[in-house]
Design a protein around this ligand. Structure first.
Ligand SMILES: *Cc1c(COP(=O)(O)O)cnc(C)c1O
Length: 416
């Protein structure tokens, strides 16, 4: 280890002191190991940490349940009937949408299917789906099953391309593609896609542009409305810190939200609010994303999401968080390149505009990746391992520190 690197710890501590968002770490419970020390938690891309205020938000709803039971749907503070509406504005801000374009419901994969019921309307001439070569398995299964559901052979209907071949793939096959479905940030490599450019290209070819923002929501600055994205889905347990299996969210562009004629799989919670409790047949969708709701939502999960969104609001939204994120991840990358250039390969693009906070690392010495990962874990670092040979680390601007990036590199060096 160089002298310079050792001295770098003071530099990292100084960066933390000067960090205007540094106070936010105190909003979270950081797990501790047996020795009582806080972990270096770089797994916020997998499961975000618990905000301290979440307990109170959830407790408030349990309290209402115990005291008012069914009446809590309509009375008291934040009645349950319109509870999901409390989430619309802050969730919309997070992804650059209008409040009516966003709804918090179901889970990511379920929402993807619901969105495809409306926006994947294949014809014989135009029925293919453009996706990435290494799509997240759930997305892959969903798309494959949708193609099959509509009577197409997935081997023919799914056009799998590498990230750098999206434009040429659209150029080549655009006329036969009904839907482009890509991630905001690739879960394995950490590469960010240019959603604005992809949407423009897709629309130019007459295709629908939909995105999976599982690794982008709460990570990147998004402008879904202005980019004219057709629909998007995401989950809230990764960067949105809302707890294991928490409810997902989805975006439907205003252009589509105003179309009651769009085919969809309907449920009573998507029905016109005024007449919902007349309990009569004849579905009339609520205008906007809410019109895709099926069921009355799990309030305890929504309460946790509300708590988390309030922390994002306190942080000043995505812009300042992203600014810190670019610095924090850039700092980690700089340390890795300076100290471990020969032994650690960074798979994630070096251009900050082409990535979020995550770096995907490959340890060079053949076959040693898993043992390095295990040593990291034994030394108090929580990150994650993806077969066959990648360690993903995600320093999250809401609660991670520069000093943790420094210590991570020190521990990684010792683990090699
Ligand atoms: C995490 C993740 C999912 C998870 O889907 P669920 O339906 O929430 O279980 C799906 N797609 C991508 C790309 C993910 O990263």
């Amino acid at each position: 280890m160089s002298e310079e690197f050792r001295a770098g710890r003071d530099f990292a501590v100084a960066l933390d002191r000067a960090d205007p968002l540094g106070r936010l770490r105190n909003e979270f419970h950081v797990p501790r190991r047996g020795n009582g020390e806080e972990e270096i938690y770089f797994a916020g891309n997998s499961l975000g940490l618990l905000p301290k205020r979440t307990r109170k938000y959830v407790d408030d709803e349990l309290d209402k349940w115990s005291r008012f039971a069914v009446k809590a749907h309509f009375s008291g503070e934040n009645p349950w009937m319109p509870y999901h509406e409390l989430l619309a504005a802050p969730m919309a801000r997070l992804v650059g949408a209008k409040p009516g374009e966003v709804v918090t419901m179901n889970s990511l994969t379920a929402n993807l299917h619901l969105m495809m019921a409306s926006f994947y309307r294949p014809t014989r001439e135009r029925h293919r789906i453009l996706l990435e070569e290494r799509a997240f398995p759930s997305d892959d299964y969903a798309l494959e099953s949708q193609a099959r559901f509509h009577g197409f052979d997935p081997d023919e209907a799914l056009v799998r391309v590498r990230a750098e071949d999206v434009a040429s793939g659209l150029e080549r096959d655009g006329a036969s593609i009904a839907l482009v479905l890509l991630p905001g940030v690739q879960y394995y490599s950490g590469e960010a896609f240019d959603l604005e450019a992809i949407t423009r290209l897709a629309h130019a070819k007459g295709c629908v542009a939909g995105f999976d923002l599982a690794h982008a929501a709460g990570n990147l600055v998004l402008r879904l409305h202005d980019w004219d994205v057709d629909f998007a889905v995401w989950c809230t347990y990764k960067y949105l810190n809302s707890g294991p299996g928490s409810v997902g969210a989805c975006f439907v562009h205003q252009r589509h939200g105003a179309r009651p004629d769009l085919p969809r799989f309907a449920g009573w919670w998507g029905h016109d609010k005024e007449s919902r409790f007349r309990m009569e047949p004849g579905f009339r969708p609520i205008p906007g994303a809410e019109g895709w709701q099926l069921s009355n939502p799990p309030i305890l999960s929504l309460a946790a999401i509300r708590a988390s969104l309030d922390v994002f609001t306190e942080a000043g939204g995505m812009e300042p968080l992203r600014e810190k994120s670019v610095r924090l991840t850039g700092y980690l990358e700089w340390l890795l390149r300076g100290e471990l250039a020969g032994s650690v390969e960074i798979l994630t693009p070096a251009d900050p505009n082409r990535r979020g906070c995550q770096l995907s690392l490959r340890v060079q010495a053949a076959g040693s990746g898993k043992s390095v990962f295990e040593k990291l874990d034994a030394s108090g670092v929580t990150c994650d391992w993806r077969e066959p040979d990648v360690i993903r680390v995600a320093p999250v601007p809401l609660y991670n520190r520069y000093e943790e990036a420094w210590r991570f590199v020190e521990i990684l060096r010792e683990s090699l």
